[in-house]
Write a protein that binds this ligand. Structure first.
Ligand SMILES: [Zn+2]
Length: 175
């Protein structure tokens, strides 16, 4: 839930202002994945309609109603060139989404979000009991597996500490 280095601090370190950011997407609306959305109050937010419309506690909205938003119903090619594609992977939550990045030097990478939590739960296709839909989660895992095979992509499992610890962190970057 907390990180020693904040996103705001990391952007400052590389000389990027929040207003420089053209697009923000969140994998889903669990609190450990949306805490920074309002760092970018003017930035277009890309989120699945099913997630946006999913009532929060006591029926509360998931996002500030005034935040600019594009409500997606499926995949979305963010820049129209296939370099960054939002992939619909429901199951963990109703409108969970993952991200396919086709990087010039690193190659294709899929960011799992919470479609997969840990390497063990990917390797064994285990679905956490608190997921919104087991069937959809399994279908989304298969979809990710198919994309990995087709794209020869790496899977970056965002909560897998061992994998994450081995990866470059800002201000370093992947090309
Ligand atoms: Zn989650």
């Amino acid at each position: 839930m907390t990180k020693p280095k904040t996103l705001a601090g990391q952007l400052q370190e590389i000389g990027v202002k929040a207003s420089d950011i053209a697009a923000v997407a969140v994998s889903h609306t669990h609190p450990d994945h949306i805490g920074n959305v309002e760092l970018f109050p003017q930035t277009m937010l890309y989120v699945q309609k099913a997630e946006y419309d999913w009532p929060g506690e006591g029926g509360a909205p998931r996002f500030k109603p005034e935040h600019p938003v594009t409500k997606l119903e499926g995949d979305h090619d963010v820049f129209g060139d296939g370099s960054i594609v939002i992939i619909s992977t429901p199951g963990h939550t109703p409108g969970h989404q993952s991200l396919l990045m086709r990087l010039p030097k690193t190659g294709a990478v899929v960011l799992s979000g919470d479609a997969v939590h840990f390497k063990d739960n990917w390797d064994n296709r285990r679905v956490p009991g608190f997921n919104f839909s087991k069937e959809e989660t399994l279908a989304s895992m298969q979809r990710i597996a198919d994309i990995l095979a087709k794209e020869h992509a790496q899977l970056w499992i965002n909560h897998d500490k061992a994998q994450s610890d081995a990866q470059k962190k800002s201000p370093e970057f992947y090309e």
